[in-house]
Write a protein that binds this ligand. Structure first.
Ligand code: FRU
Length: 494
């Protein structure tokens, strides 16, 4: 019976998506090349993988409204992570362990094993004492239709971990064993727990891979763990850690002891709209990550997730990014190369000398969906700051301030659109640097700014309409020299 119940719930969800998707397709705020749902609410990326010749993205999805509730796993496939074909929902709530309205099939990961595609996810339910979370399995022979494992749940919260804080399993294989890192909270500290298994169905607890000592919040959501060269990277999204929303730790790991010793920590993205990144391997060996272009704490503080609910949807993914480890242990996170394939209308300028206080217009595509790159020649710049205005129309704009005196960059959207709030800030690494690189991706409802050799990034959603297409730059308290200016329009793929 319960197998049928999931199929019935998927069919019901599909009917709803079919009924809504045309309206959503007409929306004026919908993204042009960032992945978003056909209809309804989405949050975390789940189960990202390259499987049988296609990229598969699964995602936390509520097909029934533009707000978070009763989590399903949406599913789509692609050849390039830019053009997408939506498939039927992969998972729908249907069992005692994953069927509560404010619960469902929470985040998790995917892995191929003996010809089957396995999804490892968190079942979230409420048995009257608050939320209970356990780790569960579903599998598929064709990569489209999934069945939940009869022996679910396969892991329950270990001692000391409240059942409401045990979620988001990320699984990988090393030699003959499967490993899982799972998010938890113990004694009010965020933790990443390590498990191992021979068959994906029976799991043994190994140890705490890393934990907060108070600086990284009380709960770690969506942890991920992978190797880059001979080092290891742990990423997670902490709850209760202020501005830190997508932390990474890099260091050494020993499979024989399960011990991870990290030497370096950083932030994958300082913007207010980057959360729960999940990684996977591209067939050419690149380690790619995808984040949810939103997050919980700022948004619940401001009491909104933006105006797109009026158009029947909410949420998109940030542009997929490639991760590389630098010699000093920091991570470089750059947009995927595939983005080049949707460029159009190139524009180039070798150099621009900015006189103090004067505005210089910049061109990029239609001023809405574009890519813009430039370098600030620090040796020929004495301005105390450079301001870059994006998606402007005379009154409204998003203001990026590159403060060379304070060595800080900020992206302020308080005047962006009459809706968005807040400014993100991060330190700039200017020491011994001759040029500062800037790379911007603008889409209908988002801005992503990359600087400091892709080690300092800001993703901010803005709901600026098509009339907000002006972009200009100016230097304050001195001159600035900008060079290698390069821009492109970006074609619609969604
Ligand atoms: C992170 C998160 C996860 C959880 C999912 C629920 O954004 O809170 O911890 O599994 O979203 O949708």
């Amino acid at each position: 019976m319960s197998k049928e119940l999931m199929q019935m719930n998927i069919q019901r969800a599909q009917l709803r998506i079919e009924a809504e998707k045309e309206e959503v397709a007409k929306g004026s705020m919908r993204q042009r090349y960032h992945f978003m749902p056909q209809a309804g609410w989405m949050n975390d990326p789940n189960g990202l993988l390259y499987y049988k010749g296609k990229y598969h993205f699964f995602f936390q999805h509520n097909p029934y409204s533009s707000f978070w509730d009763c989590m399903h796993w949406g599913h789509a496939i692609s050849d390039d992570m830019l053009h997408w074909e939506y498939l039927p929902e992969a998972l729908a709530p249907s069992e005692a362990y994953d069927s509560h309205m404010k619960g469902g099939c929470f985040s998790g990961s995917a892995i191929e094993h003996e010809g089957r595609l396995y999804l490892i996810y968190t079942g979230a339910t409420n048995v009257g004492n608050g939320m209970e979370q356990t780790q569960c399995i579903a599998y598929s022979e064709d990569g489209v239709h999934f069945e939940k494992y009869d022996g679910n749940p396969v892991i329950e919260a270990p001692e000391g971990v409240p059942a409401c804080f045990f979620r988001d399993p990320k699984v990988w294989k090393h030699e003959d064993l499967f490993y899982m890192v799972c998010g938890a909270s113990r004694g009010e500290r965020g933790q990443a727990l390590l498990y191992r298994s021979k068959d994906l169905l029976h799991w043994e607890y190994v140890n705490v891979l890393a934990e907060s000592r108070g600086e990284w919040g009380y709960m770690w959501e969506c942890p991920d763990f992978y190797s880059l060269g001979d080092k290891y990277v742990l990423t997670f999204s902490p709850m209760g850690a202020g501005d830190r929303k997508s932390v990474y730790l890099t260091g050494d790991f020993d499979y024989s002891t399960g011990k991870f010793c990290y030497q370096t920590s950083g932030e994958i993205d300082w913007g207010h709209d980057y959360y729960a990144p999940q990684s996977f391997l591209a067939p050419d060996g690149r380690r790619l990550i995808v984040g949810w272009a939103n997050e919980w704490e700022w948004m619940s503080y401001w009491k909104d997730w933006g105006p797109t609910y009026k158009e029947g949807w909410c949420g998109s993914f940030n542009i997929p990014r490639e991760v590389r480890l630098m010699e000093d242990g920091t991570l470089q996170v750059r947009p995927i190369e595939e983005i080049r394939s949707i460029r159009e209308g190139a524009y180039r300028e070798d150099a621009l000398l900015l006189e103090p206080g004067k505005e210089y217009d910049l061109k990029a595509g239609d001023g809405v969906a574009y890519e813009l790159k430039m370098k600030i020649d620090l040796e020929h710049t004495d301005a105390s700051r450079i301001e870059l205005m994006l998606r402007g129309d005379g009154q409204r704009r998003t203001r990026c301030v590159i403060d060379l005196k304070k060595a800080q960059i900020s992206v302020d959207r308080s005047l962006a659109d009459g809706w968005s709030k807040g400014a993100s800030r991060s330190p700039l690494f200017l020491k011994n640097k001759k040029k500062l690189d800037i790379h911007i991706l603008s889409d209908q409802s988002s801005l992503e700014l990359f600087t400091d050799d892709y080690r300092n990034n800001h993703s901010m959603n803005v709901f600026a309409g098509n009339e907000q297409d002006r972009m200009y730059i100016c230097a304050v308290d001195g001159q600035a020299r900008i060079e290698d200016i390069e821009s492109y329009g970006l074609k619609r793929t969604m």
